[in-house]
Design a protein around this ligand. Structure first.
Ligand SMILES: Nc1ncnc2c1ncn2[C@@H]1O[C@H](COP(=O)(O)OP(=O)(O)OP(=O)(O)O)[C@@H](O)[C@H]1O
Length: 272
């Protein structure tokens, strides 16, 4: 078990893919200071799909950005495997983001002048690597992109563009994929396609995904929901249903008390 000590290196299979220890982020100074994250301790297991949920301004994006090395902490640690991300300099952070982490954003962030295939493979090529064609084929087939590989983003629907972005995030087989509102710009059908794939990529392809979302239905595709309020972990829900997630969010708003939950008795799951 991890003792939480700075620099502690745990090497067993139990090592969480990602963890935060007393992770704190403040913005501004004096009267204008905002404590966006306030001593967060949380683990994200490898091979699991976790959603982070909470009210607007609760610190979800800040947490994700710190865990992914996109922003610096005020204090505390964020670990990717046994690497303390908060201790890395700019060069090592760039390398970590390039080699060990994948990202999916609400705005698909595809390069408009490149084809779908080029968008998927470019990060690997820019990093000087070679594309694993078997994995590429698995991804494009599973994501239903085989017929679209020569299309540019403007020739693709929103859902197709996001599926390209998901393939791009997974092509280098990163240790973890961070998805920030990946269905925020999609209609519900396209959203279901993307979420179904994210879930399959965890269950069938062994990936690890951490997703920020506002949508209880989207969160119910995850194995676990971590609830955050006022910059603190406020509870979690295992094997969430949309109803359980909604109830958890309601409890946060009304009680500001810790919330724990398990699946409902009827076993319903979105998209199952
Ligand atoms: N660059 C910044 N400068 C100052 N304050 C910031 C900055 N970024 C975030 N904040 C503040 O930190 C708090 C947490 O913001 P964060 O974006 O992490 O919340 P969130 O839960 O992702 O919100 P939303 O669901 O609305 O996207 C908010 O009060 C926000 O106003």
């Amino acid at each position: 078990m991890d003792d939480g000590a700075p620099g502690a290196v745990a090497t067993s299979d139990q090592t969480p893919a990602v963890r935060a220890r007393a992770l704190t982020k403040t913005y501004g100074t004096g009267q204008a200071q905002v404590r966006a994250l306030d001593g967060v301790d949380v683990d994200f297991a490898a091979g699991r799909f976790t959603a982070i949920m909470g009210p607007s301004g609760s610190g979800k994006s800040t947490l994700m950005h710190l865990l992914a090395g996109l922003d610096s902490a005020t204090s505390g640690q964020a670990f990717l495997g046994s690497t303390d991300v908060t201790a890395l300099g700019d060069k090592d952070l760039t390398r970590l983001r390039r080699d060990r982490v994948g990202f999916v954003f609400q705005q698909f962030n595809l390069l408009p002048m490149f084809t779908a295939e080029q968008n998927i493979t470019l990060p690997v090529e820019l990093a000087g690597g070679s594309v694993d064609r078997a994995w590429f084929d698995t991804l494009v087939t599973t994501l239903g992109l085989s017929e679209r590989l020569t299309h540019r983003p403007s020739e693709l629907s929103g859902g197709q563009q996001q599926r390209v972005a998901v393939a791009r995030a997974l092509i280098a087989q990163p240790e973890v994929v961070f998805a920030d509102e990946p269905t925020g710009n999609l209609d519900s059908r396209a959203g279901v396609e993307v979420l179904s794939f994210l879930r399959r990529s965890v269950r069938e392809l062994g990936r690890t995904i951490i997703m920020v979302t506002h949508d209880p239905t989207a969160a119910a595709y995850a194995d676990r929901v971590v609830l955050i309020a006022d910059g603190r972990i406020a509870g979690e829900i295992s094997d969430p249903t949309p109803e359980a997630v909604l109830a958890g969010l309601d409890a946060l708003r009304s009680l500001e008390a810790p919330v724990t939950g398990t699946p409902s008795d009827d076993g319903t799951r979105a998209g199952a």
